[in-house]
Write a protein that binds this ligand. Structure first.
Ligand code: GDP
Length: 195
């Protein structure tokens, strides 16, 4: 019951997350990819995750809990050009560690704008997840920006490209605006949450 999601806490880094028990699913993506909108669409809440954050700000990891006790983890958006390299590297290291060590993490949803999927940081993240045996749902967001033909061919191309990650990577079109791919997202989460 994703509508039951409620905010639990913000963590400055992964060491401050709630205890590593139960099951959690993480959401990641470049800033502005549509992650907050997707979380709000999934949970049918207007402002669970805050949209349109100021780029470059230090961002927190937001933790949401379902009535079942399972967690949705909203990871900070990445890909700011202005963030210093040292900060980027620190964050990448923390993220890699999270993927490697977090036992309760059963899947990661990677959100990418359908008009430019699989940018460098997206690829790195998906490679790490694949390496760690974490399944990935790659959502091509703002799918409403493309007409049906180009949308379909972009999804097919992305599926073809995703083979290179050598992991469990499913690619779907998604739109919060037009509610495209919401059922696919729910089905995948249900699978990961084991229901
Ligand atoms: P975040 O930074 O990844 O959390 O992205 P947001 O959810 O804040 O969305 C970034 C921008 O993309 C906002 O201006 C949203 O209105 C827009 N956006 C998000 N989802 C969609 C969508 O499905 N379709 C369209 N056309 N725009 C979207």
């Amino acid at each position: 019951n994703y509508a039951s999601a409620s905010f639990v806490t913000s963590a400055p880094d992964i060491t401050k997350l709630p205890p590593d028990t139960g099951i959690e699913i993480a959401f990641a993506g470049r800033s502005n990819a549509g992650k907050s909108s997707a979380l709000n669409t999934l949970t049918r809440q207007k402002a669970l995750a805050r949209t349109s954050k100021t780029p470059g700000r230090t961002q927190l990891i937001n933790v949401f809990e379902l009535d079942s006790g399972e967690r949705l983890i909203d990871l900070p958006g990445y890909g700011f050009a202005k963030v210093p390299m040292a900060v980027k590297e620190k964050w990448q290291k923390a993220l890699a560690e999270y993927l490697q060590k977090r036992d309760s993490l059963k899947g990661i949803v990677v959100l990418m704008d359908i008009r430019h999927p699989f940018r460098e940081t997206d690829q790195e993240l998906i490679y790490w997840a694949a390496d760690c045996g974490i399944p990935v749902l790659a959502l091509l967001t703002k799918a409403d920006k493309l007409k049906q033909g180009p949308r379909k061919s972009t999804v097919l191309q992305a599926r073809q490209a995703s083979i290179a990650f050598n992991g469990d990577v499913q690619v779907e079109a998604f739109s919060s605006l037009k509610r495209i791919g919401v059922e696919q997202l729910e089905n995948k989460l249900n699978e990961w949450f084991g229901s």
